[in-house]
Design a protein around this ligand. Sequence first.
Ligand SMILES: NC(=O)c1ccc[n+]([C@@H]2O[C@H](COP(=O)([O-])OP(=O)(O)OC[C@H]3O[C@@H](n4cnc5c(N)ncnc54)[C@H](OP(=O)(O)O)[C@@H]3O)[C@@H](O)[C@H]2O)c1
Length: 315
Amino acid sequence: MKAIHIHGRGGPETLVYEEAPKPHPAQGEVLVRVYAAGVIAPELTWDTTYQTDAGQKRAFPVPGHDMSGVVEEVGPGVTDIRVGSEVYALTAFERDGSAAEYIIALPSELAPKPRSLDHRQAASVPLAALTAWQAFFDHAKLSAGQTVLIHGAAGGVGVFAVQLAHWAGAHVIATASPRNHDFLRELGADEIIDYTSARFEDVVHDADIVLDTIGGDTQERSWSVLKKGGMLVALVTPPSTEQAQAHGVRYAWFVVEPSREQLIRIGQLIDAGQMKPIIDTVFPLAQAREAYEQGTKGHTRGKIVLRVHDEGEEE
Ligand SMILES: NC(=O)c1ccc[n+]([C@@H]2O[C@H](COP(=O)([O-])OP(=O)(O)OC[C@H]3O[C@@H](n4cnc5c(N)ncnc54)[C@H](OP(=O)(O)O)[C@@H]3O)[C@@H](O)[C@H]2O)c1
């Protein structure tokens, strides 16, 4: 099969499109023929990715952990997944990823692909939507009527965060550059702040939750917009306990985890028309390097996706 391999440490220049052995599912595993894969551009720089459970670096790992495809083969002991099923998933970072023609996944990661989406749209959902879901519902315990500030609202995580917070009945304040304002209003943002010309801390007060997908200075300036007892949910920079205490607020810092159950719920919301994926650009698998280069520029609207097989294409 063809796959993208990471050769050494660095950025998109380390990605190589080349031949790789087709994997076979072991006990409890599933082999999926990948139709499309989501691009997670920052993963190339994450220190803990591409390690074995024992903490050793894997040689020539495959990036990408978002995927949509069709079950090709099930390993011994897998009884609840059928060959031929259309599935989508976020797969664990410890194994080879989805920038390849085939991927090994676990049943606990796989959910039925939303019926209303094609594979490319479906592949853009799992990591971003699960991150937003886990931020709001597992960590911040978002409830209707709360005020939520979402930084980086037009990005991969942001577009799902805006839609989920709106669906949950929150008052949604989003930060984005002007070219994204109309689009974010359509997704459910109630107020939008142009981060290029205004300081959000001058505008927002007494927020219940801040979702920080930017980090650094944006996070530093976010403490003061929270009400006492509010929560900063950080995805990029680990927050300071001292700052949280000084402002009388709480924080959460987490790494998204695969979840079949949550992807089923997300798929139901999508099929019911409550939420939709946003695709910025689709690249063929062979051009993964260009796809990751575009992703690392930091101005993606929604997600970049790799096209691996065409729908209806025979093996
Ligand atoms: N901890 C976890 O489990 C987890 C999970 C997923 C992602 N992440 C991390 O979260 C971050 C965001 O991921 P992503 O995929 O959503 O990123 P992304 O798609 O690359 O985000 C790009 C968006 O950010 C906006 N943006 C850039 N600078 C901004 C600023 N100062 N204020 C407001 N918006 C700004 C851009 O809007 P304009 O074009 O309008 O500038 C663009 O729409 C990444 O660092 C990623 O590694 C962490």
